[in-house]
Structure formats: C-alpha cells, structure tokens
Design a protein around this ligand. Structure first.
Ligand SMILES: [Zn+2]
Length: 82
C-alpha cells in the first residue's frame, strides 16, 4: 500500500469513528478497504481488477487482471513456439 492510500484509509477510519452513522464516511472507508496490492506488479488496484478466487480468504486472486492477461498471453506464445 502506498503512503497516500494508507493515509486516506486512516483519515476515512477516523471520520467514521467520529461519526459512525455518516453514510458518506462509511462508503469512503468501504471503497478504500477494497484496494489490494498486486503480487506481480506491486501496484495498488481496486479489488475489481483482481479475478475471483472463491477459496482465497478475500475471494480474490493475488495478481491483477492485467498481470494475469500478460502471463496467459506469454504462456500461449510459448505453447505456439513448441
Ligand atoms: Zn499486477
């Protein structure tokens, strides 16, 4: 997680603690906790960028969709060469 995301998450958590019934604070925190760091490119991406993997704790893959597409394309190319 980059510093700015962490900071935003901290601020959003504080806002929600200060005003637990505020739907905007709640939505903001909800949005921020749905960020995930890709294990391959190390970029912070929204949870939608990670494919579903139901048996994982958070239900998502650890590599983002673009990294996954890249590795699949690479594998396909390798198969073609042989
Ligand atoms: Zn990635």
């Amino acid at each position: 997680m980059t510093g700015s995301v962490k900071r935003a998450l901290y601020d959003a958590a504080r806002a929600l603690v200060a005003n637990p019934m505020d739907p905007e604070a709640r939505a903001e925190l909800n949005y921020l906790v749905n960020w995930k760091t890709c294990n391959v490119c190390n970029e912070n991406k929204y949870i939608d960028e990670f494919g579903l993997e139901p048996h994982k704790t958070d239900g998502r893959r650890s590599d983002c969709k673009s990294c996954r597409n890249e590795s699949q394309a690479r594998r396909r190319a390798e198969r073609k060469e042989r």
